[in-house]
Structures are given as structure tokens and as C-alpha cells.
Write a protein that binds this ligand. Structure first.
Ligand SMILES: [Zn+2]
Length: 138
């Protein structure tokens, strides 16, 4: 089996799909290899991510990783969300095939991109906090 049960579960039944209309931060990121486009919406209150939703147009692994990423950051502080790595997303999904690792990078960067937007909206330069947002190269 190429994909773990958890990947199949999050692909068939993704959590937190949708948009947040009055989101505090919105991030969008894509990658050329799969043609995945991920949009991430965050609601932030007192440095806590109170809600997270996503829309992903892409491969099954991109849907599963964005679903898992929203589950991992909901209810967490911004600091914790910034520490979310793509490896943590992959581990939470019981692994991904090597050719799909870049989809988990996309999920990590989508979260960072939304946090970057959050800081920009607060009038704070996001680069020292969030870093540069990089679209995965492969
Ligand atoms: Zn993909």
C-alpha cells in the first residue's frame, strides 16, 4: 500500500475544509510539480489559533497534509504553529511516499504564509518572525 490508512482517511474525509470569511490571516501557496494549490485561513485570538480552515486544489497527499496541518495547529499558540514542520505532519500521517514529501512542505508553508499575512495585517513585519515563504521546488 502506497499510502497509510491515516493518509487515506484524511484524503477521503478531510477535516476543516472551507473558508473563514473574517479570517485574521490567509495564506496561499502552490507547487509546480503536482500543480497543488493550497489556501489556508486562520482565526487568531490572543496569539491562539482558534480556527483553521483550508482549501486545496491538488493531489491526494496535498489534501491529506493540509487536513492534518489544520488539525495540528488548531487551539495552539502562534509559536507552536511556527514550529510545525513538514516532518511532524508526515509523522502524524504515519508517513508519505518520498515523491509526495513536497506536499507536506506545502502544508507547512501554507501555515507560515497565513501567519505572515496575519502579522502584515497587524502592521508588523513578518519576515523576522515567520521567515521567507518558500514555494517547494520539487
Ligand atoms: Zn502533491
Amino acid at each position: 500500500m502506497l499510502y497509510s490508512d491515516k493518509v487515506m482517511d484524511h484524503f477521503s474525509n478531510p477535516r476543516n475544509v472551507g473558508e473563514i470569511e473574517d479570517a485574521d490571516g490567509v495564506g496561499e501557496i502552490g507547487n509546480a510539480k503536482c500543480g497543488d494549490i493550497m489556501k489556508m485561513y486562520l482565526k487568531i485570538d490572543n496569539n491562539i489559533i482558534t480556527d483553521a480552515k483550508f482549501k486545496t486544489f491538488g493531489c491526494g497527499a496535498a489534501v491529506a497534509t493540509s487536513s492534518m496541518a489544520t488539525e495540528l495547529i488548531k487551539g495552539k499558540s502562534i509559536d507552536d504553529a511556527l514550529k510545525l514542520t513538514n516532518q511532524a505532519v508526515v509523522e502524524a500521517l504515519d508517513g508519505l511516499p518520498a515523491v509526495k514529501i513536497h506536499c507536506s512542505v506545502l502544508a507547512e508553508q501554507a501555515v507560515r504564509s497565513a501567519l505572515s499575512d496575519y502579522y502584515t495585517k497587524q502592521g508588523i513585519d513578518p519576515i523576522p518572525i515567520v521567515g521567507e515563504i518558500k514555494e517547494p521546488e520539487e
